[in-house]
Design a protein around this ligand. Structure first.
Ligand SMILES: [Fe+2]
Ligand SMILES: [Fe+2]
Length: 201
């Protein structure tokens, strides 16, 4: 805790000194986002969706390990590690929640894939509930369709295996820190309308 607070009780009563103080403190808070991301991943190893053979943390680690082993770039690796980080607070729309966490810092392609992976994953199970397993086809003309299809096939749906040897969270921490230390929404990182795809397997 800092020993200095704003003077106002209602935002509209704040003066320049108040808002300069908040800007300074917010800068520090934002710079530590990576620590809170790591805390949430860690939490997913303790309190998790039941029924699967592994925790959500291990699912993220396993997906990201597959990406790493395939020679994926840091955007893919961190995006893949965090693709289900929304499960805890947004279980009904976890894909979009997870995408918003990474959107300011990684390639648009990776964000789009994470944002839409939920509907793409339906191809593996939706028919068991009487739903449309091909619901993803409405995105067939999107430039990132194939990337999302490949992400689900190679890194997501494969990563529920308790016998797979994951890299641990410590291994990925420097990568998380690097990505979340980037300036937000910079075109050199966002790379709009650029399809790199997954590395060849
Ligand atoms: Fe998911
Ligand atoms: Fe997943």
């Amino acid at each position: 805790m800092v020993d200095k607070n704003v003077k106002f009780k209602h935002m509209k009563d704040g003066d320049k000194e108040d808002y300069m103080l908040l800007r300074e403190l917010e800068h520090k808070y934002v710079s530590l986002t990576y620590e809170r991301v790591i805390e949430e991943l860690d939490r997913q190893g303790k309190n998790t969706m039941e029924g699967y053979k592994i925790t959500r943390l291990d699912h993220g680690l396993q997906s990201a390990t597959r990406a790493y082993n395939d020679g994926a770039d840091i955007d893919w690796i961190v995006g893949t590690l965090l693709h289900d980080i929304g499960d805890g607070l947004a279980p009904q729309n976890h894909d979009r929640f997870s995408a918003e966490v990474i959107r300011p810092y990684v390639r648009e392609e990776v964000t789009w894939v994470i944002e839409h992976h939920g509907i793409f994953q339906m191809i593996y199970y939706a028919h068991h509930y009487g739903w449309d397993k091909n619901a993803r086809d409405k995105f067939k003309d999107n430039i990132y369709f194939q990337s999302c299809s490949d992400f689900c096939e190679r890194w997501d749906q494969t990563s529920f295996d308790p016998d797979y040897t994951n890299k641990d969270l410590d291994f990925f921490k420097p990568l998380i820190k690097e990505v979340f230390s980037r300036p937000a929404y910079k075109e050199e990182f966002i790379r709009k309308n650029t399809v790199l795809g997954l590395p060849k397997s």
